[in-house]
Design a protein around this ligand. Structure first.
Ligand code: SAH
Length: 239
């Protein structure tokens, strides 16, 4: 059996872990070792007075910057074993479901969570860190962002969520569309009915309705995804 997906997390706030990853199906899968989590306290790698990890920015300006020597000592203490080394950063490449799928199929990830103003650029270069952003907004630290990435990966590991087919039809998967709306009992709630086609038992009609709804929602909310899909499909035809 291959070793399970392992996330090693370098953080200044180990109390924030496992956080949301310790609950529900993801948490149960952690307990049953379908995946592994290791957290390392960056501060414990400091040889400076008062275990200091940061200093004032060269060139002036607000806030504090994480020192490269402390960060590198912490990074070098992790056995990377072929896992990508990620630096969570709003300047990074935006996270995508395609990337998540690729990582979930691999041996795991090493994630460095920044804080304060960020990390000294030299360690990012020297350790060839891959910079990843979870969105165009600024968080106070990388821990929540790292939990986002790990949760997105772990839910794809076979056996973690149960229904194996369930992750293939979702938003951003397969057809590259946002997902169609879901309904369950009761049939009428506050005067609102479940669309009758979903109760018709006609699987073909249900599939057509869902595709139609997915297209409508994607067009209204994320026309960029439809443009990407059209571009991709026409380049596939050229291949
Ligand atoms: N001065 C930085 C922001 C620092 S925020 C800048 O303007 O780019 C502090 C830390 O939070 C960062 O080092 C990073 O690890 C994390 N962080 C903040 N926003 C993030 C985002 N959108 N994606 C991933 N990590 C983020």
């Amino acid at each position: 059996m291959t070793a399970p997906f392992k996330a090693s997390v370098l953080t200044l706030t180990p109390d924030a872990w496992p956080g949301v990853l310790g609950v529900s199906l993801i948490g149960r899968a952690l307990k049953t070792e379908k995946w592994q989590l290791e957290t390392l306290d960056i501060r414990s790698f400091s040889h400076h007075k008062h275990a200091s990890v940061d200093d004032t920015p060269a060139g002036g300006g607000p806030g504090m910057v994480l020192r490269p020597d402390v960060a590198a000592t912490a990074i070098d203490a992790v056995a990377q074993n072929g896992r990508p080394l990620i630096h969570l950063s709003p300047r990074g490449k935006p996270l995508s479901q395609a990337k998540v799928r690729q990582w979930a199929a691999g041996p795991g990830l090493v994630l460095f969570c920044g804080r304060f103003e960020g990390l000294d650029e030299r360690v990012i270069e020297a350790r060839e860190m891959e910079e990843v952003s979870v969105g165009d907004y600024v968080l106070a630290g990388g821990d929540v962002a790292a939990q986002v990435i790990i949760e997105a990966c772990v839910r794809l590991i076979p056996g973690v969520l149960g229904g194996a087919g369930s992750t293939l039809e979702e938003s951003f998967e397969g057809g590259g569309l946002l997902e169609y709306p879901h309904y369950t009992r009761p049939r009428v709630w506050e005067g609102r009915e479940i669309p009758p086609v979903l109760l018709s038992g006609d699987h073909g009609a249900v599939a057509r309705w869902r595709l139609d709804e997915a297209l409508k929602i994607t067009k209204a909310r994320r026309p960029d995804l439809l443009a990407d899909k059209t571009r991709k499909e026409s380049s596939d035809e050229c291949d």
